[in-house]
Design a protein around this ligand. Structure first.
Ligand SMILES: Nc1ncnc2c1ncn2[C@@H]1O[C@H](COP(=O)(O)OP(=O)(O)OP(=O)(O)O)[C@@H](O)[C@H]1O
Ligand SMILES: [Mg+2]
Length: 177
């Protein structure tokens, strides 16, 4: 995967596959330390200890269509390649939290990619799921939440064409674009 937004999409799709009704994505950039943290937390079905242990193994997947599950192992690799960290916590029936740390000045740091587009894709693909995106850059924090957008739509579904500009607007504002 060539950029972090694609990793984000993949890990968030895991949450949705695990029937999460809420996904919290935190992107934290520290320019002084030259670090980037990406955390994806869900309230989906979670994993037991055994499944969790195997989850970062590229040859483990619970998908029926393919034999190899690459998403988490590729993300772990990408983080480790920059000298960073990867961890995953999960509780059956409660949810899962995937945390990564990247060193942005390392040769192997991949570009961030199009985060707004990725968030839009997630929202439009799963309008029933509550998505919260927390963006921190040094001491500034902004938040995008589908709940907030929904409140402005007067019952119009999040994935209706008329809602798209409003969603984009909120996402871009959250990322100070
Ligand atoms: N958020 C999550 N909640 C519950 N189970 C998860 C979660 N994330 C991963 N898993 C479990 O870990 C396995 C491996 O995930 P991974 O993303 O690495 O591969 P995959 O989703 O199976 O395939 P791919 O991402 O390559 O399409 C999944 O099949 C699933 O069983
Ligand atoms: Mg996956």
């Amino acid at each position: 995967m060539e950029d972090l937004s694609l990793h984000l999409l993949d890990v968030a799709e895991n949450s949705l596959a695990a029937q999460a009704t809420r996904v919290i994505i935190t992107l934290e950039i520290n320019t002084a330390n030259k670090t980037l943290r990406l955390i994806i937390e869900d309230n989906g079905q979670g994993m037991d200890k055994q499944t969790l242990k195997k989850a970062v193994d590229p040859f483990f997947t619970t998908k029926k269509t393919r034999r190899i599950g690459l998403g988490l192992s590729l993300l772990a690799q990408a983080a480790h390649a920059t000298g960073g960290q990867f961890s995953i916590e999960s509780k059956p029936g409660q949810g899962t939290k995937v945390s990564t740390l990247f060193y942005t000045d390392h040769w192997d740091f991949k570009p961030l990619g199009d985060i707004p587009q990725t968030l839009l894709t997630l929202v439009l693909g799963h309008p029933e799921v509550e998505l919260i995106f927390i963006y921190r850059r040094d001491d500034k924090e902004t938040i995008f939440s589908t709940k907030e957008v929904k409140a402005k739509l007067n019952g119009l579904p999040l994935n209706s064409p008329a809602a798209i500009p409003l969603i984009m607007n909120h996402i871009n504002k959250a990322m100070n674009l």
